[in-house]
Structures are given as structure tokens and as C-alpha cells.
Design a protein. Structure first.
Length: 221
């Protein structure tokens, strides 16, 4: 499904800077999913935009936003260090969460995070910072192990999705899964490698995420 983001641009304050994002709110939405993109990516990630479109079709609002400024992205393209600064990325997610809670168009929506790669660690850390507001987290090919100190304190229902052929990341996710104390599940997508580029694997990821968020971000939960 093609998604137009021309008319839904938002600017999210995060301390002294502003981060650009795309906010989509389907009619009747009860929950919103905030996307935390992975290493070297942005809100234009085709994989995250595909999942966002699927969630919108399920009636969920979505916020895709850049975790780094244009200047930070330029620097990171050379150094690759900011994408692994999960504390910085988590702080940006917390800022976006606080912005949603104050925005009259989104303040009544239950909040979930969808994190990929290092963005998954940032999502879990941010969920630990806002335990009363973040109800669900989904990690796709994530590095939840980088959120080690926060894992025991996460209250959000957490789903870890990993490709069955992404062996090193499977072990990292199993390690993190055993340290989570919230409601949790871990799913392996058959035939998928780290980027879920194999036919049908991203679709399966979107389906799993859609079921998880629909369950935990509905008004009756």
C-alpha cells in the first residue's frame, strides 16, 4: 500500500532540537505505535513504512520519526557511533512519548513502540522510563541485549521477533528474553535473515506485530 506523508509532517521537540516525523491517525484509532528505526536508518525505512501501513489498515495510528537530526546523521554516516548510543536514542523516544501525551490529537491513545536493530534497545529503555504510558513493545531483528540494565524493569508487554536464520541475533534475543519480567513472547520467522528481505517474511512480521499491538493497545486493556 502506498502511503503519502506530505500532509502529516510533525516536528517533535527534544531538548534544544526538533525531530521530524510523520503522524498518521486512522479514524477510530485507540492506540498509536511509535517506530524506533535501526542502525543507519531513518523514518523513511521501507521496512518500517511497510509495517506502519499494515498497522494503519488495522486501525492503529503510527508515528515514524527521525531519531537523529540531519547533522547528527551526517556525522554518524562517518563514525557510526550515534546509532549505537541507545541511551541517546531512548531519550529521543521519551521526548516523542511526552509530545504525544500532550498533543490533543493523540493524548487519549495507548502507546506502543516498534523497534528494529538498535532501535529495539532504545524502545525498551524508553518503555522502562515511561512504564505507566507505554503498554506494548515489538522488536524486529532487534538488539534488546543492549538494554540490559532496563530489562528487569520493563512493564510493557514485549514481543521479540527474530529471523530463524539470524543466528547471532537469536541468541542475543534469548538472553534478553530470559531477563524480561513483563508479559513476553519470542517468535522466529521461518527463513528470515536479519533484514527480513526473503519473500513473505516482512509480511509475517507485520502480521505478528499487528496482532500484538491490537491486543495490548485496545481501549479495553
Amino acid at each position: 500500500m502506498a502511503i503519502s506523508h506530505k500532509d502529516n509532517l510533525v516536528r517533535i521537540p527534544a531538548g534544544p532540537i526538533f525531530l521530524e516525523g510523520n503522524l498518521d491517525i486512522p479514524d477510530g484509532a485507540e492506540g498509536i505505535v511509535v517506530f524506533a528505526h535501526g542502525s543507519g536508518s531513518s523514518r523513511h525505512s521501507p521496512r518500517n513504512r511497510y509495517v506502519a501501513g499494515y498497522l494503519q489498515e488495522k486501525g492503529l495510528a503510527t508515528l515514524l520519526f527521525d531519531l537523529l537530526t540531519v547533522e547528527e546523521e551526517r556525522i554518524d554516516n562517518f563514525t557510526a557511533h550515534l546509532r549505537f548510543d541507545v541511551e541517546l536514542l531512548a531519550n529521543r523516544l521519551v521526548a516523542a512519548t511526552d509530545w504525544l501525551l500532550k498533543n490533543p490529537n493523540t493524548s487519549d491513545l495507548k502507546i506502543g513502540f516498534f523497534g528494529a536493530s538498535t532501535g529495539a534497545a532504545a524502545a525498551l529503555i524508553a518503555a522502562g522510563e515511561r512504564p505507566g504510558n507505554v503498554k506494548a513493545v515489538v522488536s524486529r531483528g532487534g538488539r534488546p541485549d543492549l538494554a540490559e540494565r532496563t530489562l528487569p524493569y520493563v512493564k510493557a508487554a514485549t514481543l521479540l521477533i527474530v529471523g530463524s536464520r539470524d543466528t547471532p541475533v537469536i541468541e542475543m534475543n534469548r538472553w534478553a528474553f530470559n531477563r524480561l519480567r513483563s508479559e513476553k513472547e519470542m517468535k522466529l520467522v521461518p527463513g528470515a535473515t536479519h533484514l527480513f528481505e526473503e519473500p513473505g517474511t516482512l509480511e509475517e512480521t507485520a502480521r505478528l506485530a499487528g496482532e500484538w499491538f491490537t491486543k495490548y493497545l485496545s481501549a479495553i486493556v
